[in-house]
Design a protein around this ligand. Structure first.
Ligand code: GLC
Length: 537
């Protein structure tokens, strides 16, 4: 595919969950000034951009993903002036800032919805999706809310139902209404004018719904929501035209970026949303599989990678690599079953040596684990609803572990969500001084990715191995050949080595093991237990 020189093409993007990152004023809740105070850390880590989960005013039915004002800062996070300072300070360090735009729905406390629900005649009535009851007062169709139950909520004041694809406190906007479209484009303009570098679009492929409100056909699945083919409440053709309009707006400013979170849609289908005249990127959640099973098998991972790259190549767009975010069990909790960080390091090595724009989730660089919560402590609505089958997403949202001080150095007061009890041993400050820590391992990987064009380029070749517990691949650009070996097993493993150059001297760019030098006169190398070995030949 066409190599693109834009910053986002090979930039490393770090996701911050603002309420859990750093608390500057001691109220137990992270804030924007806190983030600004940690920019040096992020700069030294080497990331190119930060993506901030929503910090807009919100009643927090869905922890900020229910916005009641798109052009302000929730006072708990600070003020617009704090945001401007954060943006300026980040830019000074060469760090770009990406905002999380939640535009499929607003909060039910948004002024637009408060107007809309007043009466059927209200001028803003059609800003949301209202329908008359079906026969006998029934819901208008079979659409389901992703967090459980019907997607329709009856509003007795006007005798109609409104649509909510998530919680009933998150009414869906009516994107077919021209005034809504204009109002939202103005929101983008507001932040673009302030200088933000990009946007993450939350569940964007749900914006439009079938204009005839047809019920979804059935299919096999566990929850009622999954027992439908979401052909009428997702992925409507009108989306393309909107993305084109948004892209035009973004392109009227230099170097702006938009990445979409495609909601329950196969990557193949989601590809239609990316391209030179639409989104720059979409997340590929190819490595998540499902909430219930996370296969962590070398062959499976490579099959997935190859499938993923093929799809992105076919569409001519740059892949993204995501191993964790605020909706998923943390990478280390998923893969490190033995209490060590071995598999987390392998995951980090994959994230930073595969093709595609890597997304790091805060704390992933120190191997943070999910916190365990009792039923009474659960805050996340789907967790409350589906406990104990599904415990919700609070686990991966715990405060950043900065130091071994009180509350992990996150806050002077009791944090809004509890800190992981392992913080005295696992924290940024402690890992900074340990050259072999996960954090320093991550830092080295990032530095390698920045230093070697081969690691950022589009070239990826699997080097098949007989050993099932090993992954080996080549990354290449011009004359530079880099070989990556990952040993997933706790025993040493012999791998074959294939170099194209006549020169058999190998430079060890990085090893998580203890080797001193390497002579490639043999055609095999013995990898140490769990070793990550990156060579330049
Ligand atoms: C996205 C967000 C998730 C949120 C949902 C509804 O999937 O990542 O956190 O709950 O959208 O806005």
């Amino acid at each position: 595919m066409k190599k693109n020189n834009a910053w986002w093409y090979d930039g490393i993007i770090y996701q911050i969950y603002p309420r859990s990152f750093a608390d500057s004023n001691g109220d137990g809740f992270g804030d924007l000034v806190g983030i600004t105070s940690r920019l040096d850390y992020l700069h030294e880590l080497g990331v190119d951009a930060i993506w901030l989960s929503p910090f807009f005013p919100s009643p927090d039915a869905d922890f900020g993903y229910d916005v009641s004002d798109y052009t302000d800062v929730d006072p708990r996070y600070g003020s617009l002036a704090d945001f401007d300072q954060l943006l300026a300070a980040a830019h000074e360090k060469g760090i770009r800032v990406i905002l999380d735009m939640v535009l499929n729905h607003t909060s039910d406390q948004h002024a637009w919805f408060m107007q809309s629900r007043l009466s059927r005649e209200n001028p803003q009535r059609d800003w949301y999706i209202w329908q008359n009851p079906g026969p006998g007062g029934r819901v208008p169709n079979n659409w389901q809310a992703s967090f459980g139950g019907s997607a329709w909520e009856f509003d007795p004041t006007s005798g109609q139902y409104y649509l909510h694809s998530f919680l009933k406190e998150q009414p869906d906007l009516n994107w077919r209404c021209p005034a809504v479209r204009q109002a939202i484009l103005d929101v983008f303009r507001f932040w673009l004018e302030r200088g933000v570098d990009g946007f993450r679009l939350d569940v964007f492929n749900a914006y439009f719904k079938d204009s005839q409100f047809r019920s979804n056909p059935p299919r096999f699945g566990l929850r009622v929501f999954d027992r439908q083919q979401h052909i009428h409440d997702l992925n409507q053709p009108e989306m393309i035209d909107l993305l084109q309009e948004l892209r035009k707006l973004l392109d009227s400013y230099p170097d702006r970026y938009a990445v979409g979170e495609t909601f329950i849609t196969p990557t193949e289908k989601a590809m239609q949303y990316v391209g030179d005249d639409r989104l720059h990127a979409i997340f590929s959640f190819d490595f998540f599989e499902s909430q219930l099973s996370f296969p962590w098998k070398p062959r499976w991972l490579m099959d997935r990678t190859i499938q993923r790259d093929k799809l992105f190549d076919k569409a001519g767009v740059q892949p993204t690599t995501v191993l964790g975010n605020h909706d998923q069990i943390r990478t280390a909790s998923r893969y490190c079953k033995d209490g060590t960080d071995h598999q987390a390091r392998i995951a980090m090595a994959l994230l930073l040596t595969l093709r595609g724009t890597p997304y790091l989730y805060y704390g992933e660089e120190i191997g943070m684990r999910d916190i365990q919560l009792s039923r009474a402590e659960i805050m996340d609505p789907p967790g409350k609803k589906y406990w104990p089958v599904y415990k919700g997403r609070d686990g991966c949202r715990s405060p950043m572990q900065w130091s071994s001080e009180l509350n992990a150095g996150f806050s002077r007061s009791k944090p809004w969500l509890k800190v992981h009890p392992d913080y005295p041993n696992r924290n940024v400050a402690g890992q900074q001084t340990d050259p072999d820590s996960m954090q320093n391992f991550t830092r080295k990987l990032i530095a390698l990715r920045r230093a070697h064009a081969a690691l950022r380029g589009d070239n990826f070749r699997l080097l098949p191995q007989r050993e099932k517990s090993v992954i080996a691949f080549e990354r290449k650009q011009d004359d530079e050949q880099i070989l990556v070996y990952l040993n997933f097993s706790g025993a040493s493993r012999t791998v074959t080595i294939e170099t194209t150059g006549a020169n058999q001297a190998a430079q060890i760019l990085l090893t998580s093991g203890t080797r001193q030098g390497l002579n490639l006169t043999d055609s095999t190398i013995s990898l140490q237990a769990y070793e990550v070995l990156i060579l330049k030949v």
